[in-house]
Design a protein around this ligand. Structure first.
Ligand code: HEC
Ligand code: HEC
Length: 197
């Protein structure tokens, strides 16, 4: 009897103190557990230590979710490895990971860049890419601080696509622009983004 009372008192106290708290803690823990599947390649906090995997910290949640879902889709986003990895996670889990990584700040790795190339890349960015890659408030994909080899690889991959086969108007436009750029232009752009915070 006595024991029961104490138990009830503790139970009540727990309910009062932790009712709003416990679920958040649990959600956090499982987001971290999920994220542990990613950090080997994307860096301990989603800021990649390079060279093959991109940084995924600080990415807008909506873009993160879009990319993960597109990796899972047949004929979706091109990938070497993420297609297979993304298939292992359901929508709820993708959402939790997106929440987790988007809340972490993107930090710049201090990559080696060439000043002249940065200036050349800045011009190309202003003229050709800025419209779609500079406003996080408008769901833009932000390339600043991204890993250089990844930037070069994705620009290459996109430039190889057949523009007519692309459904998204924006991506179609971009692919056409990327096809017009020389290798040196692309290197300059990669240096420019890598130099940005
Ligand atoms: C074995 C290494 C590896 C692991 C593990 C891994 N990734 Fe990736 N990730 C990559 C590579 C490489 C790319 C570039 C696309 C590709 O070629 O697959 C990428 C791309 C991405 C992108 C797109 C980034 C961008 O800006 O376009 C997201 C988002 C992402 N990964 C999320 C995750 C999440 C979430 C996990 C954990 C569940 C994870 N990755 C685990 C290697 C990895
Ligand atoms: C009309 C809009 C538009 C323009 C202009 C544009 N892009 Fe993009 N870009 C996009 C969209 C949308 C995506 C996402 C594509 C996807 O996830 O399949 C993207 C993705 C990328 C990526 C892949 C990075 C990542 O993390 O997903 C790179 C690199 C890139 N763009 C570089 C450029 C460069 C360099 C230019 C200028 C020469 C440019 N883009 C111009 C819309 C645009």
């Amino acid at each position: 009897m006595e024991r029961n009372k104490t138990f009830r008192a503790i139970h009540a106290a727990l309910l009062i103190c932790c009712a709003g708290f416990a679920p958040t803690v649990l959600a956090e823990a499982s987001a971290q557990m999920l994220a542990n599947n990613c950090v080997g390649c994307h860096g301990p906090d989603g800021n990649s230590l390079g060279p093959a995997s991109p940084s995924i910290a600080g990415e807008l949640k909506v873009n993160f979710v879009d990319k993960m879902k597109s990796y899972k889709t047949k004929g979706g986003r091109y990938s070497t490895i993420m297609g297979r990895i993304a298939k292992g996670f359901n929508d709820k889990e993708i959402d939790l990971m997106a929440e987790h990584f988007s809340s972490i700040k993107r930090t710049n790795l201090h990559q080696e860049v060439d000043k002249k190339m940065v200036a050349r890349g800045a011009k190309i960015h202003d003229k050709t890419c800025k419209k779609c890659h500079s406003e996080p408030e408008e769901d833009d994909i932000i390339l600043n601080g991204q890993i250089k080899p990844y930037l070069l690889n994705t620009m290459h991959d996109f430039s190889q696509l057949d523009a007519d086969s692309i459904r998204s108007k924006d991506v179609k436009k971009m692919v056409k622009k990327l096809k017009e750029l020389s290798m040196a232009d692309r290197k300059a752009i990669a240096d420019y983004y890598a130099s940005q915070k």
